[in-house]
Write a protein that binds this ligand. Structure first.
Ligand SMILES: [Zn+2]
Length: 180
């Protein structure tokens, strides 16, 4: 993966602790201040997302209401909060976006992604789960985050319409497991 020159640590022109100007723009996810000695590490951001299918095997997809990638198709999910477990984040995000309670879920895979928001790019690890909803009829979109909800055949879905490359990899992994 080619990294852009706008990753968050490359924006640290000044030390956030003592305010000294950086001698050079950090090129690795570590910020060292030669003035006060502070060392900061920029970890990957983790997200959890669910591939939920209905009784006909169609994949529940959400049309993104906000940038990045506004208007493209994603699946319910989002960033893990500090102190939160991956599983709790998955359940919370699915509940917040489409009002579904998960009955069970199984690790599918995790892939790298880049997430640009307000001109700053974060390197992420997107972790996908194959999941079953307790009652898919309870589906209700969250108007703040989701523009629309669609069920799509994961085989024929247009890959160009998918929000993130990690999602393309997740769908491919899902289809490989399903044997189609
Ligand atoms: Zn400093």
């Amino acid at each position: 993966m080619t990294l852009p020159d706008t990753l968050i640590y490359q924006r640290f022109a000044f030390c956030p602790s003592c305010g000294a100007a950086s001698e050079s723009i950090p090129q690795t996810p570590v910020f060292n201040c030669s003035s006060c000695g502070i060392e900061m590490h920029f970890s990957l951001v983790t997200s959890a997302a669910a591939l939920i299918t209905d009784s006909q095997g169609r994949l529940l997809m959400v049309k993104r209401k906000k940038d990045p990638r506004k208007g493209t198709l994603g699946v319910p999910g989002g960033f893990v909060s500090p102190g939160e477990s991956l599983d709790t984040a998955l359940q919370r995000e699915v509940g917040e976006e489409v009002n579904l309670e998960l009955e069970s879920w199984r690790y599918l895979g995790g892939w790298p992604n880049l997430y640009t928001y307000k001109n700053v790019t974060y390197a992420t690890t997107d972790i996908y789960f194959e999941a079953q909803a307790r009652d898919i009829d309870a589906l209700q979109l969250c108007a703040d985050e989701v523009a629309d909800v669609v069920f799509a055949d994961p085989i024929s879905i247009d890959r160009e319409q998918l929000a993130f490359r990690s999602l393309v990899q997740a769908i491919d992994a899902y289809l490989a497991i399903r044997g189609s």
